[in-house]
Design a protein around this ligand. Structure first.
Ligand SMILES: [Zn+2]
Length: 194
């Protein structure tokens, strides 16, 4: 802000001055990123058992809101997201990698979606990962889910294959497609697909 402009603002109200200061610092163009998702949720989601996990019950808990303003990730939003995305079998909460949430947010924008994401798997403790591996379900030994760097999703009303293709176009990390269980895996690892 130059000294010259400060003088001109002396006639403005406090609120106007504050707004002008924001404009002066380009803060008004700061971009908010938001997300909405539900852990499991919906009858079809509950009927589908990804990885063949018998009797898996998702919580149906939700997050909806802004989680990032400009380059600042909002701690309150992460507290809630980390909780909803926890390992629901062991009740372990793990800090999710903000980049995976950025990927989901960008993907959502590209798809021009309106429904909440249905999350089929977020954080997975080593214990749960080993258990799922034991069921011979194709779960990776060193899964990105164990580091809070992967999420399995679908969006009601969106063709999952299109969700997969759009995720591939982002070239932001790994993308796995599971047509039989109707979901897409995204992670923050190297760009690759299966
Ligand atoms: Zn996954």
């Amino acid at each position: 802000m130059s000294t010259g402009s400060v003088q001109g603002w002396s006639r403005l109200s406090q609120a106007e001055t504050a707004l002008a200061a924001l404009v002066d610092h380009d803060l008004v163009s700061i971009r908010c990123r938001q997300l909405k998702f539900q852990f499991g949720g919906g009858r079809s989601a509950l009927r589908t058992r990804p990885y063949g996990e018998a009797g898996a019950v998702h919580t149906g808990e939700t997050f909806a809101g802004v989680y990032r303003v400009g380059d600042k990730y909002l701690p309150e939003a992460f507290e809630r997201m980390n909780y909803v995305l926890r390992d629901f079998r062991t009740e372990e909460v793990f800090p999710m990698d903000p980049r995976i949430l950025d990927i989901l947010s960008l993907l959502y924008e590209r798809l021009d979606a309106s429904e909440s994401y249905q999350v089929l798997s977020g954080y997975r403790s080593p214990k749960t990962n080993a258990m799922l591996r034991g069921e011979g379900t194709g779960v990776a030994r060193n899964s990105f889910h164990m580091y809070g760097q992967a999420i399995d999703i679908r969006i009601p009303g969106q063709n999952t294959k299109i969700v997969r293709n759009t995720a591939l176009d982002l070239r932001a990390g790994g993308v796995g497609y599971y047509p039989r269980s109707n979901f897409v895996h995204v992670d923050t690892g190297k760009v690759r697909s299966w």
